[in-house]
Every structure is written in C-alpha cells, then in structure tokens.
Design a protein around this ligand. Structure first.
Ligand SMILES: [Cu+2]
Length: 111
C-alpha cells in the first residue's frame, strides 16, 4: 500500500489548495463618519479570516488601530482601505481611530 502514498498526498494537497481558493474572506464594511465608526459594533464570524473594508467619509485622515487585533493602518480622507483580521477566537476586540480617539471607538465581536 505504500505506493499509494504519493497519490494520497497529491489528493490532499489539491483539496487544500481548492479550499484556499474557494475561501475568499467575507467582507465587512466599516464607515468612518464625523470621526466615529459606523456601526460602532461589528459582528464577524469567528475562526475565519475577515476582510474589513474601512471607508473614511470624513475629509481628514484617520487611523484604524487595535491593540487586541494588532492592527494600525491610516486611511486618508475620502479613502478606503482593506484591513484583514483573524482567524479570531470568539470574543470582543476593541478598536479606535488613533487621530480622534475621543469619539472614534468601536468593538469587533467575533462569534
Ligand atoms: Cu496609531
């Protein structure tokens, strides 16, 4: 039976790669408006890579930042950036706008 091993390995590899190709990360839209996140609470699937699409409707730059998510990324006024997060364990992951932390506060819920 040992001569079947290469076939089995090839089959497993092709399965793994087809899953990766089919698995486009789900996209979740997050808007910055008047130096606040809209919505302020974002629900994403746990244990899955997620693409946050951060849209800054303000004229001024903002920085999406989260210590728990280990992310820090500037989005220019009127700009849009992708922020990939996860796979995350179920839980709460606060984030904030580092340029307007008094108002720009949010939390990502992975569930
Ligand atoms: Cu920062």
């Amino acid at each position: 039976m040992s001569n079947h091993r290469p076939v089995l390995l090839a089959l497993l590899l092709s399965l793994a790669s087809s899953v990766a190709i089919a698995g486009e990360p789900p996209e979740v839209r997050l808007v910055i408006r008047d130096h606040r996140f809209v919505p302020a609470q974002v629900i994403v699937p746990a244990n899955t890579k997620v693409k946050l699409i951060v849209v800054n409707e303000d004229a001024t730059p903002e920085e999406f930042e989260s210590h728990q998510l280990n992310r820090e990324k500037v989005v220019l006024g009127g700009g849009t950036i992708p922020v990939y997060v996860g796979p995350l364990k179920p839980g709460r992951y606060p984030f904030f706008g580092d340029f307007h932390p008094d108002t720009a506060q949010g939390v990502l819920l992975a569930q």
